[in-house]
Design a protein around this ligand. Structure first.
Ligand code: HEC
Length: 392
């Protein structure tokens, strides 16, 4: 995430990503790209990285300068093509311009790529996929990566290389496709020794994507539990929802509107707060199919997915049970705010995924419209940078 003054950088990274995806699609359309794990394969060992540019603004400026020079050169060459008298001038000017361009450091701009670098996850980050990933993780991965993803699994000590912390920013630094590649093909140390085993023989592609969803959901919950914020943006898991007894629709179909998930277990003791609010789509979540069917008004997570949704929302909110928790997602589908059981109302400090990461110590005075303040702050600070510099 970033402040508004970094808008140009956001645009630059978006341009880099978009241009590379477009190039790959063009190659695939011409039959010049192979396929890998069901999607067009990136044919080169390097790709342009946005992530490093976020760290090194100076290099980002140099890149913008160089791109501007390249654009000018293209214009000059086109001119020279149609207008004879420009040819001599172009012949002199083009090499000079290319020499004078503020080329960025190649090591910053180019990073290692895999054939899957630009693959997109087909799952839609659904509750089902995350729940499937959880089961697979317990079968194949927990021994090394540990129940919380921190790499303290039972086998971890016995190995020459300890597994990395998957509950930190690592998953956000990698492109999804690179994660898929590493899970399916394994990873090697410099000396060629296998560090992370390859699961390509044991897992299907959809299972590896489900594992990636689960690991991200787990990392979001773990960071929230330990640091009190979603330091890295987590998506709102998608799930089937039923409103006023109509046929189910996907939660993601409300993208563009703010969404509030209210988790209530089957025996609410306190009187329930009014759930209707024109500023948000409110969806209730109950722990089991039986608990859902008792009450038909408003929107509820569909009974068929209630139990999975309950445990997935527990996971992303970093609690054993989400009972009494309310989560708010923004118009772009990012989880942004949480209120905990027993909390009286909202304040804009409940925004847990935001640009200014330090919690503000003062400002605890009760605001008349806490939810309004929260929404204003959330809308003013959209999520921008996500991972591998890829912009959403
Ligand atoms: C035998 C121990 C072991 C098992 C089992 C294991 N891992 Fe790993 N994993 C590692 C080690 C060690 C690394 C670090 C490898 C490196 O950086 O060279 C790693 C790295 C990773 C990474 C980071 C990849 C990256 O891009 O840096 C991910 C993601 C991951 N593992 C996921 C999984 C998943 C999913 C499973 C189960 C399907 C799994 N691992 C099973 C040991 C293991």
């Amino acid at each position: 995430m970033t402040g508004a003054d970094d808008g140009w950088l956001n645009a630059l990274i978006g341009l880099l990503q978009g241009a590379q995806v477009a190039l790959l699609q063009a190659l695939a359309a011409l039959g010049l790209a192979g396929t890998s794990h069901g999607q067009p394969a990136w044919p080169w060992a390097l790709k342009l990285s946005g992530e490093n540019l976020l760290i090194d603004l100076g290099q980002a400026r140099r890149l913008v300068g160089s791109l501007a020079v390249v654009a000018l050169v293209v214009v000059l060459l086109l001119l020279a093509g149609v207008w004879r008298r420009a040819r001599v001038g172009a012949l002199v000017a083009v090499p000079l311009m290319l020499l004078a361009a503020p080329w960025p450091d190649a090591r910053v701009v180019w990073v290692a790529a895999t054939p899957a670098s630009f693959h997109r996850s087909p799952t839609g980050f659904t509750v089902q996929s995350i729940a499937q990933g959880r089961t697979l993780y317990a079968q194949h991965c927990v021994g090394c990566h540990g129940a919380d993803g921190r790499g303290q699994g039972a086998w971890a000590d016995a190995r020459s290389m300890s597994p990395p912390n998957l509950a930190g920013p690592l998953l956000w630094r990698r492109a999804d496709g690179d994660l898929l590649w590493h899970v399916m093909r394994g990873m090697r140390a410099r000396d060629g020794a296998l560090t992370m085993p390859a699961f390509g023989e044991r897992l299907r592609d959809d299972e590896a994507w489900a594992l990636i969803d689960f690991m991200k959901a787990q990392a979001a919950g773990e960071t929230l539990r330990v640091t009190g914020i979603w330091a890295l943006p987590a998506a709102l898991p998608d799930v089937a929802v039923r409103c006023d007894g109509q046929s189910p629709r996907r939660l993601a179909s409300w993208r563009g509107q703010r969404v509030r998930i209210v988790a209530q277990d089957d025996a609410p003791v306190e009187p329930q707060a009014p759930l209707e609010d024109p500023r948000l789509v409110t969806v209730r979540l109950a722990p089991s199919a039986q608990a859902v069917s008792r009450d038909g008004a408003g929107c509820v997570v569909d009974a068929s997915e209630a139990a999975d949704a309950w445990s997935v929302f527990a996971l992303v909110s970093g609690t054993p049970s989400p009972a009494g928790t309310t989560l708010i997602a923004d118009r772009d589908g990012w989880l942004r705010a949480r209120s905990q059981p027993g909390q009286a109302g909202w304040s804009d400090d409940d925004l847990l995924c935001r640009t200014d990461t330090a919690p503000r110590a003062v400002q605890t005075a009760v605001v008349a419209d806490g939810l309004g303040a929260l929404i204003a702050r959330m809308d003013a600070q959209p999520v921008r940078y996500v991972k591998g510099g890829f912009v959403h």
